[in-house]
Design a protein around this ligand. Structure first.
Ligand code: PLP
Length: 373
């Protein structure tokens, strides 16, 4: 078998070599960013540099960046604020958003995976008091991009606040917090080629915020605990490179389109989720009717290709997708997610098409034999 083919960049992206080097150098330095001596000030400078790099990626102020342990913590931090009387979340949010507030109002999406704007406007007209709406910028399973500017207008007209989980959008599309008009934005380092276990919540302007983790007053009193300086340095370097790498996304989109066209021509019964919507250039969610996603993922893995069935689950098991169920999939567990990156090649995509369509043919053969028997 040749080299393995990694097509699960939405689960985690390969760490960029420049990030590895920056983290290695930072780990070699001693200094607590809260100390007043020279070593401490040097650590603070490294943090501030990373803060500027992350802020530049999403066009916010460096002072609005609160470093955290990842996208999960960022999402939890804002959804769990006790001051929200009402929380509205879209039906396709990541579990780190949708499971935080069991009392949240769930906003439905269309069959293309776009938030139902009329439904949202209607729901907002009925709520009173401090309200948070959380709608992701782009979905992790389908890549579908939300009309976030329109959503922000609706939310602000209702005097509510908007949070957007931009964990998958970062590095794959340009993000401008000011243009979007969101109050909060979540980011994760490991989806853009930085280290795992680092992320940020952007808290814009005077948007309400309450500290969940108290301690030494780090992050301007917004998150206590000695900062993971080396991890944050890696995140900053990854953010800078991800912004530069946006130019590569046209090529990535061409490969994604090649994959979908190749599969649909060989297997017309296949279905691409959100195909008519605006999508991230690197993500494809495709259904092979009659074949469980788990079977597809395992067959591809045996052939040396790593893809996933929807979101990565900590138990390592394949779950039925709440995202596809919300888009009307029945059953919602016959689709795989293929997610590409800057290093993906045409040869890798062609091999994937051959293996995936080969599996479909074998399954069809089995079904025909069973009917004939
Ligand atoms: N939000 C989305 C959309 C994600 O895809 C993920 C990770 O898969 C997360 C949040 C969680 O981020 P992290 O792994 O940094 O906790």
């Amino acid at each position: 078998m040749g080299a393995r083919i990694y097509l699960d960049w939405n689960a985690t992206a390969p760490v960029r070599p420049a990030v590895v080097e920056a983290v290695r150098l930072a780990l070699g330095e001693t200094g607590n960013a809260s100390s007043v001596h020279g070593e401490g000030r040097a650590a603070r400078n490294r943090l501030d540099q990373a803060r500027r790099q992350v802020a530049a990626m999403v066009h916010c102020l460096p002072s609005e960046v609160v470093f955290m342990s990842g996208g999960t913590e960022a999402n939890n931090a804002i959804l769990s604020l006790a001051s929200w009387r009402n929380v509205l979340v879209s039906a396709i949010e990541h579990d780190s958003v949708r499971l935080v507030r069991p009392d949240a109002i769930v906003v439905p999406v269309t069959s293309q995976g776009i938030v139902d704007l009329a439904w949202l406007a209607n729901a907002l007209a009925k709520v009173e008091g401090p309200t948070l709406v959380s709608v992701m910028l782009a979905n992790n399973e389908t890549g579908v991009i939300q009309p976030i500017g329109e959503i922000a207008s609706l939310v602000h007209a209702a005097r509510a606040c908007l949070h957007s989980d931009a964990v998958q959008a970062a590095g794959r599309m340009a993000i401008d917090c000011r243009a979007i008009g969101c109050d909060y934005l979540s980011l994760s380092s490991h989806k853009i080629g930085g280290p795992q276990g680092v992320g940020a919540l952007i808290v814009r302007g005077t948007a309400p915020f309450a500290v969940r983790q108290v301690g030494g007053g780090q992050e301007r009193g917004r998150r206590g605990g000695t900062e993971n300086v080396a991890g944050v340095v890696g995140f900053g370097v990854a953010a800078g490179l991800a912004t530069e790498g946006l130019a590569m996304m046209t090529t990535v989109a061409r490969l994604r389109d090649r994959f979908e066209a190749g599969c649909l021509s060989k297997l017309p019964a296949a279905h691409v989720w959100g195909a008519a919507a605006n999508r991230l250039p690197n993500t494809s969610c495709i259904a092979m009717p009659g074949v469980a996603a788990e079977t597809q993922v395992m067959a591809l893995d045996l052939a040396g290709i790593a893809v996933s069935a929807g979101a990565a689950c900590s138990s390592g098991r394949v779950r039925s997708s709440h995202v596809l169920a919300a888009m009307g999939a029945a059953p919602p567990n016959e689709s795989i997610r293929v997610s590409l990156g800057e290093a993906t090649t045409e040869a890798e995509i062609d091999r994937l098409i051959a293996v995936w369509c080969g599996l479909a043919n074998r399954r069809r053969g089995n079904v025909t034999q069973a009917v004939a028997a």
